[in-house]
Write a protein of this length. Structure first.
Length: 198
């Protein structure tokens, strides 16, 4: 796979990711939900940028996370270019491109959203606001896809979790997260094709 095709894939993922985030950010109030199907909903939340809303504690936790991600993207970008140059498997190149695009998509939120959007808590956000909700490198990542496929009490005979309330799938995510997960999934499922032995 050529570097040009990898760049096109990255560009496509970033465009879809950012358009979906901007649409939700400017048309939904924080916490608002639209039910598409019982098991598929658009539910607007924002988080510090780590999986399941996890955050690094402390005053500089968000800044540390954003800077780390930027360095990680440079590393992933080098890995991508090197893999193309060495004519590695298309499976590997596609997966790296997806991971790169997903990481870059969430970095855009973290770096820029705090200074171009106002708050979404009680009103629709406006883009290029005169009263932004944050500062550079302190933006919140927009998530919206929610798939509560099943919710209920687990059978009491199950070890550890028996009798407890359980929901599958309770994570809320975005296109960038999907790209990262797909890229990692390709590496796991098609490991032998992504890393063939010479």
């Amino acid at each position: 796979m050529s570097l040009r095709k990898a760049y096109f894939l990255i560009f496509l993922v970033l465009i879809v990711d950012q358009l979906s985030k901007i649409y939700v950010k400017t048309n939904f109030v924080l916490g608002e939900e639209v039910v598409i199907l019982d098991w598929f909903r658009i539910h607007f939340i924002e988080n510090e940028g780590m999986a399941w809303g996890t955050k690094i504690p402390g005053e500089y936790g968000k800044l540390i996370l954003t800077v780390f991600r930027i360095f990680a993207v440079f590393g992933i970008g080098y890995w991508l270019a090197d893999s193309v140059r060495k004519r590695h498997s298309t499976y590997l190149i596609v997966s790296i491109a997806l991971i790169f695009a997903g990481a870059a998509g969430n970095i855009i939120d973290s770096v820029f959203y705090g200074v171009i959007f106002d708050d979404s808590t009680h009103n629709l956000a406006t883009i290029f606001s005169q009263q932004p909700y944050g500062t550079w490198f302190h933006g919140l990542v927009v998530d919206m896809f929610y798939f509560p496929i099943w919710e209920g009490e687990l059978p009491s005979w199950l070890p550890l979790f028996g009798g407890k309330h359980f929901m599958f799938f309770n994570a809320i995510f975005n296109v960038a997260d999907m790209a990262i997960s797909t890229g990692v999934g390709i590496l796991l499922v098609f490991n032998k094709r992504a890393f063939p032995k010479n």
